[in-house]
Write a protein that binds this ligand. Structure first.
Ligand SMILES: NC(=O)c1ccc[n+]([C@@H]2O[C@H](COP(=O)([O-])OP(=O)(O)OC[C@H]3O[C@@H](n4cnc5c(N)ncnc54)[C@H](O)[C@@H]3O)[C@@H](O)[C@H]2O)c1
Length: 109
């Protein structure tokens, strides 16, 4: 979904900053956008980490001069439908860090 959103924004003239934990996927999306005449830059980032989110914003400002729109789309990760009793502390913390803290990190920029 993030790739489709980025490609559509670029087609409409936006200069896009692509961010994901998966650099290979970012490279594919950037190549796709550039092949269609658009502009994109990539940042490897885990939205659960405030420092990574700060780097995303810095990349937008450094590369394109400003940040106008944020698409808060990174994964809503799952716990493989474990019951509350089966869910380990590690899985709970990871899901909360990405789905809750990560979203909040991006909303608070
Ligand atoms: N596909 C659907 O039907 C559907 C329905 C409802 C909601 N959603 C939500 O929409 C969003 C996108 O869904 P999708 O189907 O494209 O998911 P997807 O799993 O295909 O893609 C998610 C992307 O997020 C990246 N990612 C994972 N953890 C990350 C992190 N911590 N920081 C940065 N990037 C991270 C992954 O590398 C991947 O590229 C998710 O939040 C999902 O929960 C999807």
């Amino acid at each position: 979904m993030g790739r489709a959103i980025a490609v559509l924004f670029a087609k409409e003239g936006a200069r896009v900053v692509l961010a994901d934990i998966d650099q290979e996927s970012l490279n594919e999306t950037a190549a796709h956008i550039e092949a269609e005449g658009g502009q994109a830059t990539t940042v490897t980032a885990n939205i659960a980490k405030q420092e990574d989110v700060d780097n995303m914003i810095k990349a937008a400002v450094d590369t394109f001069g400003s940040l106008d729109i944020v698409v808060n789309n990174a994964a809503g990760i799952m716990d493989n439908f474990k019951t509350a009793g089966e869910c380990s502390d590690e899985v709970w913390d990871r899901v909360m860090a990405v789905n809750l803290t990560g979203r909040s990190n991006l909303c608070s920029i």
